[in-house]
Design a protein around this ligand. Structure first.
Ligand code: C5P
Length: 209
């Protein structure tokens, strides 16, 4: 299972908070996993790109929707890759009518949304695995290691802000001990192919014995 793309948190019927995520990394991971013969389900927020036709795509809008669909589908899956950029905050109150401009500043009270990958990591069953992503602007390796532990991931992919909405990516893959096991620079498809090779060897190989 792959989570992909951004999620949206509506403030009113027409305005939302979101993340600048294209879904391209998720689509590339889906292609790589299909190439290796896996069945793939993609839980995707709203994106402009197409996923490979052989992937089963479950469209979602909000982070809560992504969590609910991911928890349901994860039951049928061997592992999950969290390539999505879910919106981390939502307004405490959602207006049912469009918020009218008054000329005065508008203050929004935001609360945190649930963390999809952390929830999957906490609830994974023996044999199931979770791979997270960490997009950081500073202290990339250290912060990725903290997230890996906090979210109970088996591997984590550390990338920088240049990954956003780009065709290329430059990532480091860290194992559960926090060691860098791969460093890849290339198109998102090249990066995804290398990541899937590692996942196959380290996690899927482990599961199937
Ligand atoms: O937002 P953060 O940098 O902590 O995200 C790291 C990982 O957690 C990514 O794999 C992302 O898909 C996942 N995540 C999530 N739900 C959130 C926030 C992040 O699944 N609400």
């Amino acid at each position: 299972m792959i989570t992909s793309g951004p999620t949206r948190q509506y403030l009113d019927p027409v305005r939302y908070l979101s993340n600048a995520s294209s879904g391209r990394m998720g689509a590339a991971l889906a292609t790589a996993a299909l190439e290796l013969g896996h069945e793939v389900v993609v839980i995707s927020g709203p994106v402009q790109i197409d996923y490979p036709p052989r992937a089963h795509v479950v469209p979602v809008v909000s982070t809560d929707d992504m969590l609910e669909a991911s928890q349901e589908w994860f039951k049928k899956c061997d592992g999950a890759i969290g390539a999505a950029a879910p919106c981390d905050y939502m307004p405490r109150f959602v207006e049912s009518q469009k918020i009218a401009k008054t000329g005065a500043p508008l203050t929004l009270e935001l609360i945190e949304t649930p963390d999809v990958v952390a929830t999957l990591g906490q609830t994974k069953l023996p044999g199931q695995w979770v791979v997270g992503f960490a997009l950081e602007t500073e202290d990339r390796r250290f912060r990725a290691t903290v997230k890996l532990e906090k979210k109970h991931c088996d591997l984590i992919v550390s990338n920088g802000p240049s990954a956003i909405d780009s065709l290329d990516n430059h990532v480091e893959l860290l194992d559960a001990a926090g060691d860098v096991v791969a460093s890849v620079h290339g198109s998102k498809q090249q990066v995804a192919d290398v990541l899937l090779d590692h996942i196959q060897q380290r996690l899927i190989g482990r599961v199937s014995g």
